[in-house]
Design a binder for this molecule. Structure first.
Ligand SMILES: [Mn+2]
Length: 199
């Protein structure tokens, strides 16, 4: 994709477990339309869209009668694929992003490298308790799927916090901001930001 074209992608993925459509416009204004049947994920992806200034449509259905595991993991796969495709050849992008985001008493630090290599460090202790009906133990699965399919290095470190809802909200806002930064095109990078010549 040339640097003039709209950086966008549509991913449609249907398996025996889930049925997901993701539409992503990287240089958007933060318009989110998210409907996954998992209210807490809707809330998080909506914030992700807003704070990353991505236009994001997500429609997800899955075998949530079992539990939310397949759907949450597959949302990570589809979102990762959408980013990978929308980034295209990665020409001119900042490549790195870093953020420190508070949510009341919680503070999350995150960094990303759109390196082409999947790697996740996820240091977030939310305990085993539910957030509403949502099991926060599914979140490392979501982020692992994202990094695998976006092919990026992502570090998420929840420095401290008390309320699980706040902790995860800080995580998703930091996740949004690092991706917004790393995918941005500062204007003075010619080609890809790599001595290897490819990302
Ligand atoms: Mn909230």
């Amino acid at each position: 994709m040339g640097s003039e074209g709209l950086r966008m992608a549509r991913v449609e993925r249907v398996t025996n477990e889930t049925d997901i459509v993701v539409e992503l416009l990287l240089d958007g204004s933060g318009k989110g339309e998210v409907d996954t049947t998992v209210p807490f994920m809707d809330h998080m992806l909506q914030l992700f869209s807003r704070h990353g200034l991505f236009d994001l449509t997500v429609k997800g259905r899955g075998d949530t009668a079992i539990d939310d595991h397949h759907l949450v993991e597959d949302l990570g796969i589809c979102l990762g694929q959408a980013f990978s495709r929308a980034l295209g050849d990665k020409e001119g992008i900042a490549r790195y992003g870093q953020a420190l985001v508070p949510m009341d008493e919680s503070l999350c630090q995150a960094a990303v490298d759109l390196s082409g290599r999947p790697f996740l460090v996820y240091r977030v202790r939310t305990g085993t308790g539910r957030i509403g009906d949502f099991d926060p133990q599914l979140l490392p699965e979501f982020f692992k799927a994202f990094t695998d399919h976006c092919a990026c290095t992502l570090h998420i470190d929840l420095l401290y916090g008390r309320n699980s809802h706040h902790k995860v909200e800080a995580v998703f806002k930091a996740f949004a901001r690092v991706l917004d930064q790393a995918s941005s095109r500062p204007g003075n990078i010619r080609g890809v930001l790599s001595t290897k010549g490819t990302l």
